[in-house]
Design a protein around this ligand. Structure first.
Ligand SMILES: [Zn+2]
Length: 169
């Protein structure tokens, strides 16, 4: 998250670019629900930002419908892919079904894919997010310089590159 945009106002008061923040390809015609953790403490060290956060709240952010669908599909199927095969596997043990070994392998593969998909979702949808919301300023974290530029230009804001942004939940 190297680009940090500073604003006196929160997200709801700002103009959001019409290009999707997550793929940079499509126009935004849908939205996704993200969570934001309010910060308890900000430690300013030159070149980086260190946060300790708590208190989750939800907000919606525009996305193209392809990205929004991916967000919802992984969000719904990821946990199922992780948990369901293990329930099946336990059933095979308790009900003495055959093919227990195959189901065990399938459960491991399915869980691994589910975990990878959830990590991918986490990574992809952190391309732009509310980073810190204080009384006097809100910080947005942005992965792409082009999007940081567009967002800043649209709202008459400035952005700066940070070598490292670390937020402790
Ligand atoms: Zn998109």
């Amino acid at each position: 998250m190297p680009y940090v945009i500073k604003s006196k106002y929160g997200l709801s008061a700002l103009n959001i670019p019409t290009t999707c923040a997550y793929c940079s390809d499509h126009k935004t015609d849908d939205s996704i629900e993200l969570t934001y953790a309010k910060n308890q403490m900000v430690i300013p060290i030159p070149g980086l930002l260190l946060f300790f956060s708590y208190d989750l709240y939800r907000y919606r952010f525009p996305a193209c419908h392809q990205c929004a669908r991916l967000f919802r599909v992984i969000g719904a199927l990821g946990p199922v892919a992780i948990v369901l095969p293990w329930i099946l596997f336990l059933l095979t043990i308790f009900l003495s079904w055959t093919h227990g070994e195959r189901i065990l392998i399938a459960a491991q593969v399915s869980s691994a894919l589910g975990v990878i998909a959830l990590f991918y979702k986490q990574w992809k949808f952190r391309a732009f997010r509310v980073g810190h919301e204080g009384d006097r300023e809100t910080l947005f974290f942005c992965r792409s310089q082009r999007y940081a530029e567009d967002f800043s230009a649209l709202n008459d804001l400035s952005y700066e590159y940070k070598f490292f942004v670390f937020k402790v939940r």
